[in-house]
Design a protein around this ligand. Structure first.
Ligand code: KIV
Ligand code: NA
Length: 270
């Protein structure tokens, strides 16, 4: 199977709608990427790895090195889905030139096909700059976690008319600048509908209703690795229990000398 391409993702939306929603999940490791690859159109190496993998309090401390290393692992573990890498906080906001330096490094080091960055109209010039120089960009509007210190938390966005209008105009600006898709995070359903109608590229929702052109979740959230998850997460498994139970059984077998048993033990040839 040949790997999907960015133009194919972009062309998924024709005449304002998609036949079938796009499927995106996060992946940070090669093995997870292998398991998700066949089921997804896009694997996102999200900067959510800050919390999920590194136990950081937010995505703010995530570095280009972290993103490049995990992106390389995900590319090695996949052969079908388009791999998109998040630009970490501080690596792209200053100027289109700064963004190009960071994005080109991410793609060179990993072999990923595209980057994602947060922000609206203020990032449009950067999106155009990168796209015209060979780096496809996915946008991200609504709840943008890298702005946590300005927003004061991770609440749903667009509850006032002014905020709603801004999210729609931000998405339009990114679309016009050439973004190939836009993540819409944490917005009420009417805004998801407005944004999806307003842009020619596919919208990919997270906490943004069923009305987007695709959906994304953080894989560990969807697998039930965490006790506390946002309301928009559906847990398809209870991996936290699976792992705790396995560790508990292993520990008790080691302590009672039931593990290793005969089957796991090498013996000299007789
Ligand atoms: O970092 C991430 O995982 C993301 C998705 C939730 C869209 O940006
Ligand atoms: Na992110």
């Amino acid at each position: 199977m040949k790997r999907l391409t960015v133009p194919k993702i972009r062309a998924h939306k024709k005449d304002g709608s998609v036949d079938e929603p796009l499927v995106m999940l996060t992946a940070y490791t090669a093995r997870t990427a292998q398991l998700l690859d066949a089921h997804c159109d896009i694997l996102l190496v999200g900067d959510s790895l800050g919390q999920v993998i590194y136990g950081l309090p937010s995505t703010i401390p995530v570095t280009l090195d972290m993103m490049a290393n995990h992106a390389a692992a995900v590319v090695r573990g996949s052969y079908h889905a388009v791999v998109v890498v998040d630009m970490p906080f501080g690596s792209y906001e200053r100027s289109p030139e700064q963004a190009f330096e960071s994005a080109s490094r991410l793609l060179k080091d990993s072999g990923a096909a595209a980057v994602k960055l947060e922000g609206g109209a203020q990032m449009a010039e950067t999106v155009r700059f990168l796209n015209e120089r060979g780096i496809p960009v996915m946008g991200h509007v609504g709840l943008t976690p890298q702005a946590v210190n300005v927003l004061g938390g991770y609440m749903a966005r667009g509850r006032s008319d002014a905020e709603a209008d801004k999210i729609v105009s931000d998405a339009k600006a990114l679309d016009e600048a050439g973004a190939f898709a836009i993540v819409v995070e944490g917005v009420v359903e009417p805004i998801a509908i407005d944004v999806t109608k307003a842009v020619s590229c596919p919208t990919i929702g997270i906490g943004a209703s069923s009305q987007c052109d695709g959906q994304v979740l953080v894989t560990e959230d969807m697998l039930g690795m965490f006790e506390r998850v946002p309301r928009f997460v559906k847990r398809y498994e209870d991996m936290a229990s699976v792992i705790s139970k396995a560790a508990e059984t292993y520990a008790s077998e080691v302590r009672s000398r039931t593990f290793p048993g005969e089957e796991q033990t090498y013996q000299p040839k007789t």
